[in-house]
Design a protein around this ligand. Structure first.
Ligand code: PLP
Length: 441
């Protein structure tokens, strides 16, 4: 065991072998972590890792932010569970009230649940009941979760759905404008001529009448599918089309929400107002909490008892969420995401100029990525998942944790906490530079 002055090794009984955890939890490290502080994870051996995974986009306020931790501890000593069908509690009432104004437009009302997938399920149930229409649509490369209904919406990667047929029906997928991989591309997003609108029109003429469609769900910036930022005109035009057909637009902001992209919600970058917003991850700094925001009259179409759950809006999670919103607001984390994101993307673009295997460097706010390809093969965009894995491993050996993404797992995705500093971003970029070189990019 390594001991450092400020991080003594944890003593006591040895941990059970890792094999007690089922292998279905595919994992990217074997670290036994003792604690977290801001952007850092500290192992039981006292080693410090720069955590640019943020627990998959959750710890936007950093690990164990003192204000969030204090709010959780104080609430835990008063009431751990106050079931929503039985009583009201102060943290919940405060949170429901705050969420009414967390996004411009509305009037919004929130419904609270536990996980991202559960909130996506809620959005589908609401869209169907509110419109009286049966069909859901989603975009290729999208990720919405691993429950039954959300698997049916998800197409980011085969493992998320391909072994689990039959999946719920009446779900249709249409093209997302992935400018880098567009036929004849890559296109610069500003000059993108992806034919997503023609494909949507074809879907309406070949597969399903638009008046049968309750809702279209979309991640404003694709997450698991590869951190893909859409071209500027896409979301405003999609909003026009959905309005024209009476289809609800559902923004899945599970990964993009709560400041991640440099706006409170990513959809705000395009000045588009959806009908339903799905929220989770960053909302409570790590405590399980999710929900939807919907126009108030839409939520009124749910009759009492038609949706709910034992733990939804848990009182300790609500206390964590209130403290999280305070921290985001008072520490200027949305602005920091914008500034650090600009710094990070500039650094990644400089790396792209240096390493031919980086086909694309992209992102919005602190949701940034590089796509790895085999430059000499095919049209120069052949995905290189082996190289991607090597880069991730080289980064880990230099104590930087980054994730992968993309249908072909050839994207390094970087999700720093929104509290990260300019010095930490520079450190991460230097490690990535060394890792790219070591991996043979
Ligand atoms: C966009 C998006 N939607 C839904 C989900 C599912 O959330 P959860 O894992 O909390 O069920 C995720 C999780 O990564 C996500 O990124």
């Amino acid at each position: 065991m390594v001991e450092t002055a400020d991080a003594p090794a944890v003593s006591g009984t040895p941990l059970p072998d890792h094999s007690v955890v089922p292998g279905v939890w595919s994992r990217i490290t074997n670290l036994d972590v003792d604690r977290g502080e801001g952007s850092w994870l500290i192992t039981r051996d006292g080693e410090r890792y720069l955590d640019y995974s943020s627990g998959i986009g959750v710890t936007n306020t950093g690990h164990a932010h003192p204000r969030v931790a204090a709010a959780v501890a104080a609430q835990a000593q008063k009431l751990l569970h106050g079931q929503q069908n039985i009583l009201y509690h102060e943290p919940g009432l405060r949170l429901y009230d705050r969420l009414r104004t967390v996004l411009p437009g509305g009037p919004w009302q929130a419904f609270l649940s536990n996980s991202g997938a559960e909130a996506v399920e809620a959005s589908v149930k609401l869209a169907r009941v509110a419109t009286g229409r049966p069909v859901m649509m989603a975009f290729r490369y999208g990720y919405h979760g691993r429950t039954g209904q959300t698997m049916a919406l998800t197409t980011a990667k085969d493992v998320y759905r391909a072994a689990f047929e039959p999946l719920p029906g009446s779900v249709y997928h249409t093209s997302y404008p992935y400018c880098y991989r567009a036929p004849g591309g890559p296109h610069a997003p500003e000059a993108c001529t992806c034919d997503w609108e023609a494909q949507l029109d074809l879907t309406f003429h070949q597969l399903i009448y638009p008046e049968q469609v309750a809702g279209i769900i979309i991640e404003p910036v694709l997450g698991e599918g590869g951190y893909i930022v859409p071209p500027p005109g896409f979301l405003p035009r999609l909003r026009e089309i959905t309005r024209q057909h009476g289809i609800l637009l559902i923004a899945d902001e599970v990964q993009t929400g709560f400041g991640r992209t440099g706006e409170m919600f990513a959809i705000q970058h395009w000045d588009v107002e959806p009908d339903i917003v799905v929220m989770a991850k960053g909302i409570a700094s790590g405590l399980p909490l999710s929900g939807i925001l919907a126009h108030k009259e839409l939520l009124a179409s749910w009759k009492p008892g038609t949706h709910g759950g034992t733990y939804g809006g848990n009182v300790v999670s609500c206390a964590a969420a209130n403290a999280t919103l305070d921290v985001i607001e008072e520490e200027g984390l949305v602005a920091n995401a914008r500034e650090r994101g600009t710094q990070f993307l500039a650094g990644l673009r400089a790396l792209k100029a240096k390493y031919p295997a980086i086909g694309d460097a992209r992102g919005l706010g602190l949701m940034v990525a590089i796509e790895l390809v085999k430059p000499g093969s095919g049209d120069g965009r052949t995905p290189d998942p082996d190289l991607t894995k090597r880069i991730q491993a080289e980064a880990l050996s230099r104590k930087l944790i980054v994730l992968t993404a993309g249908t072909y797992v050839n994207v390094i995705r970087i999700i720093p906490p929104l509290v990260t500093t300019a010095a930490e971003v520079d450190q991460a970029l230097a490690i990535l530079d060394e890792s790219l070189a070591a991996a043979g990019a």
